[in-house]
Ligand binder design. Sequence first.
Ligand SMILES: [Zn+2]
Ligand SMILES: [Zn+2]
Length: 120
Amino acid sequence: MFEQGDGTKLNDEVIKKLCDKFGIKLSTEKAAVEIPVAPAVQRVFEVEKGYCPNPNCPSHIAYEVDGRKFLKPDRRLQDPVGGKFCAICGEVLEKRCPNCGSLVHDGAVCSICGESYIAI
Ligand SMILES: [Zn+2]
Ligand SMILES: [Zn+2]
């Protein structure tokens, strides 16, 4: 029946019986398929980071630590293509700490001198 192409009676039980009959080890385990994980796409700013020095710019994220207020520049809004101007308010972006002149990094406070980038 099977040889003539009629597979209607072919099921797991029949296959198992046939395997037993012919001494074939039947593997019921499914092959483990590993799905490759795409490497995390990280947004890299190759150009010098800039921040909007305008304390009234709505792009800043305000927060408070121990009663001290900070404004964290949101560079995704201000400098989406590494440009020169804030995309929100049009202010010229600062590339250096106003106090010590070191290059800026992500965050609200200069890691070299501790000065807030944006004075409140
Ligand atoms: Zn701005
Ligand atoms: Zn500094």
